[in-house]
Design a protein around this ligand. Structure first.
Ligand SMILES: Nc1ncnc2c1ncn2[C@@H]1O[C@H](COP(=O)(O)OP(=O)(O)O)[C@@H](O)[C@H]1O
Ligand SMILES: [Mg+2]
Length: 141
């Protein structure tokens, strides 16, 4: 999928969410360079789930969790950005294993390639590329 505006990326996120739910997966690995659109995509998912908080990359906190009201499949969105992670211990300290086990939490991990070895087997990978004003989003569900 190639998009030409943040809004288009956010709209695509809504379609993606439908496909994700159908697949039964709840952990999403977001991979791509700085500025490629990972956070924009997360914002689109949050909008679709009627989360009213302003979503920014939780670069300094690693994890932000947002409650989701009245959704059939998800009770919360767990947004991680592991760009500044130094050791895997830091994610274990966050209780990542419990988060992975909770199927009712939609887990979105920016820079997930940094923690690839601890991701569950049924992770959905979404790759982001940018070239000029074209943003490309690739995923296989
Ligand atoms: N088609 C597009 N999709 C996503 N972002 C876009 C697009 N076109 C321009 N942008 C801009 O590119 C930047 C993407 O940043 P961001 O989503 O924070 O990336 P990342 O989280 O991967 O670092 C934003 O400033 C956004 O407004
Ligand atoms: Mg980001």
């Amino acid at each position: 999928m190639v998009t030409h505006s943040p809004e288009e990326t956010q709209k695509y996120a809504a379609t993606f969410l439908t496909d994700l739910i159908q697949s039964g997966m709840h952990v999403v690995a977001l991979v791509g360079d700085l500025g490629s659109g990972k956070t924009t995509f997360v914002q689109g998912l949050a909008q679709t789930l009627h989360i009213e908080h302003q979503i920014v990359s939780p670069t300094f906190t690693l994890l932000q969790q947002y409650p989701i009201a009245g959704h059939e499949y998800f009770d919360s969105l767990s947004h991680l950005d592991v760009y500044r992670l130094n050791t895997l211990d830091e994610v274990f300290e966050l209780g990542i294993e419990e988060i992975f086990e909770n199927k009712r939490s939609l887990v979105l991990i920016e820079w997930a390639d940094k923690v690839r070895e601890i991701l569950p087997d049924d992770v959905c990978e979404v790759a982001f590329f940018v070239q000029g004003n074209e943003h490309e989003i690739r995923c296989e569900i």
